[in-house]
Write a protein that binds this ligand. Structure first.
Ligand SMILES: [Zn+2]
Length: 109
């Protein structure tokens, strides 16, 4: 059961983007990609898809410990708790106790 999931809104609490929020694009063990966070300019060689080449902004993964989930109910950065209901486990906001995501046992595998 992961604390962070794709499409979560997270608050950045460390690094050059401290204080910003963004949407989680991908989660890989202890690193995540967050939309518009930790962008780096990347030089692209000309290719068939992009004949001009050039420079694009690309997000780099950041450490999972540098972010906290923003609760969709109280709209504040929060710690995530887990609540078990039978077979199902929900992620809950530790501030307002509202469910952040509800999942079935099958999804959480
Ligand atoms: Zn909340």
């Amino acid at each position: 059961m992961k604390k962070l999931k794709i499409n979560d809104i997270v608050y950045i609490n460390s690094g050059k983007d401290k204080g910003k929020t963004g949407k989680v694009l991908s989660v890989k063990s202890d690193k995540i990609l967050v939309e518009s966070i930790n962008k780096m300019k990347k030089h692209i060689k000309p290719s068939k898809i992009n004949p001009q080449g050039g420079i694009v902004d690309k997000e780099l993964a950041i450490d999972i410990s540098n972010v906290v989930v923003v609760c969709p109910s109280c709209n504040r950065p929060t710690r995530v708790g887990f609540k078990k209901t039978g077979e199902n486990v929900s992620r809950i906001c530790k501030r307002c106790k509202e469910v952040i995501t509800y999942e079935t046992a099958r999804q959480s595998k």
